[in-house]
Design a binder for this molecule. Structure first.
Ligand code: PRP
Ligand code: URA
Length: 209
């Protein structure tokens, strides 16, 4: 069974407070989303396994720790997930990046799939799916199903703001997946937006509204 981990780091909480404000403009919103992604990535990679490796410093031989070598992939859900990729890559620069294109139909709130391009060896990688918003859970449930259909098994999901409805949907559909959440909000409104939330993440990152 995967875990649900809600971040309690003060820097993450402070920065989420900045992006929630309606007066925060595109430039600051985008930059801060990247910073939060980097911090959540730091917390979400806490349990990666390490090996002892023998090396030589300029002084003598010694043993150091090195990541066990399981290769990683970052998979943003388009569009808004793109805003988290650079921050993630600053922490794990050797990761490969796949893309899954989904948008929510504004009437039905159901996810519509329009793109999927993954690293060729994605099934052997530890995969971090990123999307700032987990609302009804339709998009993340569908994205993770697309990854499983292509053989991926070691999957983690990272978001910045989650609604309880989305977490429940994810737990029911993908109980094996760890979920890392920047902040857990109260509920969804009648239009499927997270309350208090931050509005439409894609529009705020790309300045499209
Ligand atoms: C937003 C967000 C998630 C989805 C969450 O994307 O980035 O992907 O909604 O909602 P859900 O949990 O109810 O599926 P949106 O559909 O607005 O597409 P966009 O990123 O292309 O703007
Ligand atoms: N997608 C968003 O971008 N924001 C929400 O509050 C819900 C879904």
């Amino acid at each position: 069974m995967g875990n649900v981990i809600i971040m309690d780091h003060p820097l993450i909480q402070h920065k989420i407070g900045l992006i929630r404000r309606k007066e925060t403009g595109t430039k600051d919103f985008r930059q801060t989303i990247g910073e939060i992604a980097m911090l959540i990535c730091y917390e979400a990679t806490r349990n990666l396994q390490l090996d002892d490796v023998e090396i030589e410093t300029p002084i003598c031989k010694t043993k150091v720790k090195a990541l066990k070598g399981k290769k990683m992939a970052i998979v943003p859900i388009l569009r808004a997930g793109l805003g988290m990729v650079d921050g993630m890559l600053q922490m794990i620069p050797a990761a490969k990046v796949g893309h899954i294109g989904l948008y929510r139909d504004p009437q039905t709130l159901k996810p519509i799939e329009y793109y999927c391009k993954l690293p060729a060896d994605c099934a052997e990688r530890e995969v971090f799916v990123v999307d700032p918003m987990l609302a009804t859970g339709g998009s993340s449930v569908a994205a993770i199903q697309m990854l499983k259909d292509r053989g991926c098994r070691n999957i983690h999901f990272m978001c910045i703001i989650a609604a309880p409805e989305g977490v429940k949907a994810m737990r029911e559909a993908h109980p094996d997946v760890d979920i890392y959440i920047g902040a857990m909000d109260e509920k969804l409104n009648d239009h499927g937006y997270i309350v208090p939330g931050l509005g439409d993440a894609g529009d705020r990152i790309f300045g499209t509204k």
